[in-house]
Write a protein that binds this ligand. Structure first.
Ligand code: NCD
Ligand code: ZN
Ligand code: ZN
Length: 408
């Protein structure tokens, strides 16, 4: 049994609580605050096919360090998780890696939409948390860029009551805009090619398909004012549409290219300060339902390649909670909002079972993000050097206690 004494709750009480466990420990938690463990609805843990970037051993440690005990993993693996066979093989490897790490992380998988395998959807609907559709190209080869297949995918998902999750960037417009920037080699051109319009066009298309087919729609990594206006209006019309944003669209903007160069590449790209402001507003008016890390590790060597060869994506799961707690310390976010965005809404939207995993947080701990704190195999972070106040101290996952000052 894990016994926790005198812990503060976010609504200002002090309580004792116990969690069934094979271990017998008691924690004096007078200085700590109790949170439900975080659910990260959007990760790329790279198994199978790119385990040199990350695997579930390193990623599970990073997740626990970030107060996360449930992750929903994207299908852009090699091979892509778009068939029953691929999903089964992926799950076996994931289980082996979690066993090796001795971390009982909770997880769900997305099914990758591939126009050649849409007929597999009905038999897989109970085994996955959603159907992930890449409307624009990103890491991996999953892409549906023709209107016919896109509508079929929405239709089949709707008939099977499967949530549709989209990477909403319009592939046609990306290709078209690329042609106008061929002479630019600086990474900041990425934000111009994949402009706010590129995202808005795809979001508009996805909402139209959700309306026509009655599919439930989850829009990943929303980063612009125009996308948010479309989502706000769709929600007002009563459509079952949910919006996710990411830590990087809240805490970074396109000024990062000057410091990070190609390390700052991500899809959808970092945006202007005004767009970033619009994302914060949408957190406050609840247009945004969730924050997913989009933890997308690549090695430093890969990230440092020239523009055109360097891959897009940031590792971030280990600092997810600290970034949000720091935003609370800066009075940008309430504790209730953090719980809603990282726990309650993802649990509802993805219909996840209720569990008793928790995180104990030290709201006053201050640490500067340094290399030695990185657990992801990626080995770098776009947030290095940031001083953050508010850190998770203990994570409890399926009755296992992890002391975050002493995890291996
Ligand atoms: C992701 C990745 O590397 O898997 N990259 C990214 O820039 N976000 C893919 C994705 O989510 O688009
Ligand atoms: Zn994406
Ligand atoms: Zn992603």
């Amino acid at each position: 049994m894990i016994e926790i004494y005198k812990v503060q709750t976010i609504d200002g009480h002090r309580i004792d609580c116990t969690i069934p466990s094979e271990e017998n420990v008691s924690i004096d938690a007078k200085e700590l605050m109790l949170f439900p463990a975080l659910i990260d609805p959007h990760v790329h843990f790279r198994t199978p096919g790119a385990e040199y970037k990350e695997d579930w051993k390193s990623a599970a440690k990073a997740a626990i360090a970030g107060g996360v005990t449930t992750v929903l993993d994207m299908p852009n693996n090699t091979p892509a998780a778009s068939t029953a066979l691929a999903l089964q093989a992926k799950e076996e490897r994931v289980k082996d890696q979690l066993n090796a790490a001795r971390i009982p992380l909770r997880y769900g998988f997305y099914l990758g939409a591939d126009r050649r395998h849409l007929q597999e959807i009905p038999k897989l609907k109970e085994s996955v948390v959603g159907l992930k559709i890449y409307m624009g190209s990103s890491t991996g080869d999953l892409l549906i860029d023709d209107a016919g297949s896109l509508k079929d995918a929405f239709q089949i998902a709707a008939e099977n009551d499967l949530l549709v999750a989209v990477h909403a960037e319009d592939e046609g417009l990306i290709k078209e805009r690329s042609k106008h920037f061929l002479d630019r080699k600086d990474p900041a051109v990425h934000s111009e090619i994949r402009s706010p319009k590129v995202a808005a066009l795809a979001v508009e298309h996805a909402i139209r398909l959700a309306e026509e087919t009655k599919a439930r729609l989850y829009i990943a990594h929303v980063s612009t004012k125009e996308e948010l206006a479309l989502i706000r209006s769709a929600k007002k019309r009563g459509l079952r549409i949910y919006a996710e944003t990411t830590p990087h669209h809240l805490f970074l903007d396109d000024s990062a290219y000057a410091k990070l160069g190609t390390l700052a590449l991500v899809n959808p790209p970092l945006r202007s300060k005004q767009e970033r402001e619009a994302v914060w507003e949408a957190i406050h008016d609840e247009t945004i339902d969730t924050i997913g890390t989009d933890h997308a590790p690549h090695t430093l060597e890969e990230k440092q390649k020239p523009y055109g060869s360097a891959p897009s994506g940031f590792p971030s799961i280990e600092f997810y909670f600290a970034l949000l707690l720091n935003a609370h310390a800066e009075k940008k976010l309430s504790l209730e909002q953090i719980v809603s965005l990282t726990h309650t809404r993802p649990q509802e939207i993805f219909r996840l079972p209720i569990d008793d995993d928790i995180v104990l947080v030290d709201l006053s701990e201050k640490r500067t993000l340094g290399n030695s704190m990185i657990r992801s195999k990626a080995g770098w972070s776009p947030y290095l050097g940031m001083a953050l106040q508010g850190w998770p101290r203990y994570t409890v996952c399926k009755g296992r206690l992890f002391d975050l000052h002493h995890i291996a």
